[in-house]
Design a protein around this ligand. Sequence first.
Ligand code: HEC
Ligand code: HEC
Length: 288
Amino acid sequence: MKISNYVLMLSKVLLLALSATATTVAFAASQEGAIARGEYVYDIGGCASCHTKDTPLAGGVKLVTEFGTFFSPNISPDAQYGIGGWSNDQFIKAMRQGISPEGEHYYPAFPYTSYANMQISDLLDLKAYLDAQDPVSEPNLAHDVGFPFNQRALLGVWKLINTGHQWTPDLSQSESWNRGSYLANGPSHCTQCHTPRNFTGGLQKDTGMVGNKNGPEGESVPPLFDVNKLAFGGWSEEDIAFALEIGMTPAGDFLGGSMSDILENTTGKMTAQDIQALAEYLYTLNNS
Ligand code: HEC
Ligand code: HEC
């Protein structure tokens, strides 16, 4: 080989190696960005409230409903007991349609009727975050659900009645109002407790968050919206933001019950901007 040819070849190899490294570095950087964003999606989605009992993501949290008792599954990246090895598509289908990789319907104790409104980009970031966590090899606990609710196929009928309404932004409102509306109706699933349910256990979406006398564990959940403008009894937008961040009402009471999980794992971890967006949305609902 002539020296000049040799140099040419060598520089080509070097260039190739360099561009490969650049691609790897760029990929690693974008992955890191996705994981960091995904951690925040995990927080605003309140996943920890239901999937962390002791060990993060291992599940085992007991959820008592009038249809039976459910135990949340392991969503760590463990290949045997968790969701390790799921493709992005399988994850998105589980989160937005409530369908498992085996094609079975999930119970709505998993609030996918809210997660159905999540943006795909948020879900992909969330998946990157989950994939980057430690796998936990803990098996799932079986749900304790009697006939006929133990027939997952029936959930197909339930879905016909209770799903299909997709959240869309309201272009007549501000960007932050829409962010608040997205959080409440999507990832942060405020509607799951503050909206009453029909006899099948689905959300009565047309009434909005008017409160639910029969909320989780039989507890009464106050309204976040009232057609007569009586929800919140005159709280200012700042009062709402303060309650979501600190958990204290203007009267000096601390919010408790199942709202304490939300304060700890969801709103308590939100940026000031997202708290403000939620407060703006809730305030405007009741004052316009
Ligand atoms: C209110 C409780 C609750 C919250 C909040 C919740 N989940 Fe779940 N999740 C469940 C239950 C219960 C199931 C099991 C449903 C079933 O077996 O049909 C489940 C199932 C799942 C599954 C399917 C697992 C499998 O092995 O098939 C995934 C994935 C999942 N959840 C992810 C999440 C993520 C991510 C979040 C946060 C954005 C989240 N969940 C928030 C209760 C919850
Ligand atoms: C798991 C069920 C649950 C979810 C999900 C939930 N809440 Fe609540 N919320 C409650 C309960 C129960 C109370 C009553 C707490 C009390 O009186 O101590 C409450 C109280 C409140 C209050 C006080 C209202 C008042 O008039 O005193 C606000 C504000 C509130 N929630 C906002 C939200 C927002 C915003 C979200 C979504 C980020 C949300 N909640 C999600 C159960 C829930």
